[in-house]
Design a protein around this ligand. Sequence first.
Ligand SMILES: [Mg+2]
Length: 114
Amino acid sequence: MKELQKEIEEFVKERRWIKFHNPKELLLGIIEEVGEFRNIIKWELDQERLEEIIKNNYEEVEDTFGDMLWFIVSLANRCNVDLEIALKKVIERNKKRFPKEKFFKTHTNVYVNR
Ligand SMILES: [Mg+2]
């Protein structure tokens, strides 16, 4: 992940795009790409059908993931965040917060089970 993060930073620097890459614009870029993914699956509620739509449109889905990650990595670069470290911290935190013995086959939405 570190190498990809550096590669994107080099790409941006080589083109003198840092002035366009302010955090607000990059956040909006993430949202734009999330919307593109949403467009592929919108209004379908059935889980099996959703999986089928994603499978049948794999190239478009893959492309939206690439674009979302591009903006996330670019935003992390502007904020001097090492994504590998950030993600590892979240993984470790979630292992402690949601031990498998306690959360086996159950989600964490406390509002649902009131
Ligand atoms: Mg896109």
